[in-house]
Design a protein around this ligand. Structure first.
Ligand SMILES: CC(C)(COP(=O)(O)OP(=O)(O)OC[C@H]1O[C@@H](n2cnc3c(N)ncnc32)[C@H](O)[C@@H]1OP(=O)(O)O)[C@@H](O)C(=O)NCCC(=O)NCCS
Length: 193
């Protein structure tokens, strides 16, 4: 927790590549979060080489946008916005928010809230009206975060993940966005829910 210290919180979209120091910090943050219990995909701590390759490769994927969170300038977390492939025209109005995490040493400062709101703003600016996401039922902090940010739980998958030999349920959420300068989503989407 901040203990009264004022911290500099920042979120940015990575458009090209990550600077070597930022990539190193991201790898450290990833392994620290995995050690703490993960919840964003990985189960085991990964080698530096594996993580560097992973992050470098995902920056090349056309339907994926990558966002990093900084605490006092250091990269401490990330999130991805995944749009449907071009052939999926029927779902082009939606996107997935995935693999969001903040390193344990940077939690509780409001960075995840800033990260999610930043991803949403980028999505809305691209004309996306619905954000979908899913989270393990055991990730209490993430569930509290997304519900506090207005995400609506529409279902639970009983066999969502396997962790430490156990089958874990997962909750599925959506949130309707408003597109700046566009029609209201209530009009564009019609009645939902
Ligand atoms: C979930 C996670 C991203 C939250 O990161 P964070 O930077 O600590 O979250 P924030 O400080 O921005 O919290 C914003 C809000 O979320 C909720 N929240 C976050 N952590 C919480 C916790 N441990 N308990 C209760 N509410 C919590 C609160 O409403 C909080 O607002 P408040 O501080 O005003 O009460 C982080 O705990 C994490 O990386 N967890 C592991 C990975 C994971 O589960 N990812 C989600 C799967 S996609």
């Amino acid at each position: 927790m901040s203990g009264g210290t004022v911290h500099d919180l920042a979120v940015e979209r990575v458009e090209q590549s990550l600077a070597p120091h930022d990539l190193a910090s991201l790898c450290d943050a990833t392994n620290a979060a995995i050690l703490d219990g993960g919840g964003f995909g990985w189960l085991e701590v990964q080698s530096r080489q594996t993580l560097e390759r992973h992050f470098t490769n995902l920056l090349l994927l056309p339907e994926r946008e990558f966002f990093i969170a900084r605490l006092d300038g250091e990269v401490v977390g990330s999130a991805q916005l995944i749009r449907p492939p071009r052939n999926n025209e029927a779902q082009a109005f939606s996107a997935q928010l995935a693999h969001a995490f903040i390193a344990p040493y940077a939690r509780g400062y409001g960075l995840a809230r800033l990260l999610v709101r930043h991803v949403e703003a980028r999505a809305a600016a691209m004309g996306i009206r619905v954000i979908n996401l899913d989270v393990r039922a055991t990730q209490a902090s993430a569930i509290a975060l997304f519900e506090a940010l207005g995400y609506i739980r529409w279902g639970t998958h009983p066999a969502y993940a396997r962790v430490d030999g156990q089958t874990v349920a997962g909750h599925f959420y959506y949130r309707v966005l408003e597109v700046p300068g566009g029609r209201p989503s209530a009009a564009a989407l019609g009645r939902i829910g």
